[in-house]
Structure formats: C-alpha cells, structure tokens
Design a protein around this ligand. Structure first.
Ligand code: DX5
Ligand code: ZN
Length: 232
C-alpha cells in the first residue's frame, strides 16, 4: 500500500489538559491562532487512569471552537459503550488504549464503523508487537512517553526504541505516529528522528501564556516544531 500524499510532516497537538478548564473554547481558538495543527482532548475516567477529566458532552461543546482536527484520547475502560457518543460529539480521531480491554480489535472496528478515524495507544510497558495484527485497521498509533493520567510528567526515554520499531512496522501505510507525554523542545527532536509525526504537548505549549496573552503559546509551538524539524 503506498500513499504518496500522506502527510508525515510534523504536527503539534496541544493537549487542553494544560489549558484553563473554565475557558476551553477561547483557549482552543488561541492555540489554533498561534499555530496548533491538531487539538488533543484527554478523556479520563478515574478507573483506567487515576484521574478524571470530562466526557462526550464536553467534547461536543468544544467542537465548534476547533477548526483543525479533534484528536480524542480515551483513557477509559470499557471503551466500546462510549464510541458512538464521542463520534457524535465530532471527534476526528478516537484513540483507545490497547490495555483498556481484551477486545481492542473489535474496538478499532467499532471506531471506524462510527465514522471516526481509529487510533490505538500503548502504555510505556506495552510492546510495539502487541498491535502487529492491528496495522491494517488503524489510522493513528499513539506512543505514551509517560504513564497516562497527568500532564507535566517526565518523558520516558526507553520509548524511543518503540517509536523506531513502530515506524518500521508502519512502512508505507497511511498511519500517523503520535507521541504523548513530556514533549518539549529537548525531547521533540528525539521522537521526530525516531519517526514520529504528531507531537502532543500540554504543559510545554500552554506555559507562560493565557487567552489574554496568547503570544507565548505561539512561541512555544514554534520552538517545539523547529526542534523536531531540525532532527529530520
Ligand atoms: C497524559 C495525557 C497527555 C498529557 C500530556 O495522560 O494523555 O496528553 O496532557 O501533557 P504534557 O505534555 O504536560 O506531558
Ligand atoms: Zn493524551
């Protein structure tokens, strides 16, 4: 399978987990105006991960504020009963964890059947080979470079090997390779060189700025992007 038009350029996906929770609409508009390529939306259930955020109703409420791509990362278990609701909320990508249940293959089928693009995420302890039989049914692979649940954690360097392995497994398939956790201008080049194209960043994008002072968002995004592109 060859897809010459597939976009493997570096995409920066700010995670709204690091935004002002009382002001998601304006925060999203601010980071997009400052150069964000995708908006990453972290859904946590207090069960699969030890933290709680929000669900499909919030996703639906923020959808009109997103002009780019709504990248929904489900850190929930079970996943399948909620796929339709997130698809109806307008998610472009719905990503589920391989560790979230015994039937990740069925979950990928259900996400694509909902009309959304299917993503699969791997926790740091999960090997690349665990998704070998999903390669022809996913649109995005997310490598967690922290243990999911919280923003602002330290990047786990052992995951760089996994990114390289997955990049080889992807080959010419039209699959985005996304990194989530601890991405900043020092770690972005490491994962870009290993083959990642979508970089999620929460604290490193939102630090120093606000909706009334959004320029730091732009500077942060440019710095991460420049560092990643320099490594290519
Ligand atoms: C972690 C989330 C990440 C998180 C990244 O569970 O999935 O998307 O917001 O935050 P930073 O960039 O601060 O590590
Ligand atoms: Zn995430």
């Amino acid at each position: 399978m060859t897809s010459p038009a597939f976009d493997r350029s570096i995409k920066i996906a700010p995670s709204i987990l690091a935004a002002d929770f009382a002001n998601f609409g304006q925060e999203i508009e601010a980071v997009e105006a400052q150069g964000a390529d995708w908006i990453h939306v972290d859904v946590m259930d207090g069960h699969f991960v030890p933290n709680l955020t929000f669900g499909p109703a919030m996703c639906k409420a923020i959808r009109p504020h997103i002009k780019t791509v709504m990248d929904v990362h489900l850190m929930i278990s079970p996943v399948d009963p909620y796929i339709e609701a997130f698809a109806e909320a307008g998610a472009d990508y719905i990503t589920a964890h391989v560790e979230a249940g015994p039937h990740i293959h069925r979950t990928m089928q259900a996400i694509r059947a909902s009309g959304a693009k299917a993503g699969v995420a791997l926790n740091p302890a999960t090997p690349a080979e665990s998704i070998a039989y999903l390669m022809d049914m996913v649109d995005l692979i997310c490598v967690m470079t922290v243990n999911p649940g919280f923003g602002g954690q330290k990047f786990i360097h052992s995951q760089i090997e996994k990114v390289k392995t997955l990049r080889e497994m992807i080959g010419d398939r039209p699959i985005h390779l996304e990194i989530d956790g601890g991405v900043d201008p020092t770690t972005a080049p490491l994962v870009a060189a290993a083959g990642a194209d979508a970089l999620v960043a929460g604290s490193a994008v939102f630090k120093g700025g606000s909706v009334s002072n959004p320029a730091p968002y732009g500077e942060n995004i440019r710095n991460i992007r420049a560092a990643a592109e320099q490594a290519l």
